[in-house]
Design a protein around this ligand. Structure first.
Ligand code: KIV
Length: 280
């Protein structure tokens, strides 16, 4: 398998559904690459999954760079997209360029993702002009959860759906190579996906999108709370708790470790010369 380019991703539209999962560390990066995922997202959801916070707003550029470097090093054959964190691009084009440039140069990622529509068009155009591929993100934009009144589905009114559609076309015209649609009615996402020429990547946006993205911890059952749109493909969190409980029980009852099986030996000669070998 060789690393995809934005051309391969664009060409997948109407040919093959695109798959994307978040990864934040060496273990998750290796697992998803081994499974054959099309794209990895180093999402700012790491604020929740890795840092245990309630939202993504506290995540910094340094956090993103730290995790993105690890992911890129451990999934060298996969197309990696990195989220631009809250307040790393909103101020002006120069700020967006400086921070996206850092992500691009320092991590090895092949694209950045940023949230928003009309309000961030100048930034998207500036990045694309500078040669940095941009994935857009519309609908529920978690960095703006405070303004949206929480993590709520969007575009549920005709007015909201029309605005979403207008902004999706603005993002496409600005040069985005794909757009994440998060928590929007599936009929709206499907209609948009049919009309846009770039792929839509859905999360809580139904089956009519050109691809899907899920958060690693949600799909594997590591999260305590699972959003309505996330399917849990495994319950690894429960499995991990059971495994740790078994370990505790085996250590407390001296069942683990089995010295011969898990330990190392010393030859009789060396043992005989050891000070305390006679002191049993
Ligand atoms: O940060 C993230 O993981 C995301 C996905 C939910 C799309 O933006």
């Amino acid at each position: 398998m060789s690393k995809k380019t934005i051309l391969n991703i664009k060409e997948s539209k109407n040919v093959k559904k695109l798959t994307m999962i978040t990864a934040y560390d060496a273990t998750s990066a290796r697992i998803v690459e081994k499974a054959g995922i099309d794209m990895i997202l180093v999402g700012d959801s790491l604020g929740m999954t890795m840092q245990g916070k309630n939202d993504t707003n506290g995540v910094t550029m340094d956090d993103m760079i730290y995790h993105a470097k690890i992911v890129c090093n451990n999934a060298p054959e996969t197309f990696v997209v990195v989220d631009m964190p809250f307040m790393s691009y909103e101020i002006c084009e120069a700020q967006a360029l400086e921070n996206a440039g850092r992500i691009f140069r320092e991590t090895g990622a092949r694209a950045v993702k940023l949230e928003g529509g009309e309000n961030v068009l100048p930034q998207i155009k500036a990045l694309v002009n500078a040669g940095i591929p941009v994935m857009g993100h519309l609908g529920l934009t978690p960095q703006r959860a405070a303004m949206l009144g929480g993590f709520k589905a969007q575009a549920k009114t005709a007015e909201g759906a029309n605005k979403l559609a207008d902004e999706a076309f603005m993002l496409q015209d600005a040069g985005c190579f794909a757009i994440v649609l998060e928590a929007v009615p599936y009929k709206v996402a499907e209609a948009l996906s049919k009309r846009l020429s770039i792929p839509t990547i859905g999360i809580g946006a139904g089956n009519g999108c050109d691809g899907q993205v899920l958060v690693f911890h949600d799909m594997l059952g590591f999260s305590d709370f699972t959003p309505r749109f996330a399917k849990r493909y495994a319950e690894l969190g429960d499995l991990a708790v059971k495994a740790v409980q078994e370990y505790i029980q085996e250590v407390e009852t001296s069942a683990f470790p089995e010295s011969e099986k898990h330990g190392f030996t010393i030859s009789d000669k060396e043992w005989d010369n050891f000070y305390w070998s006679k002191m049993e």
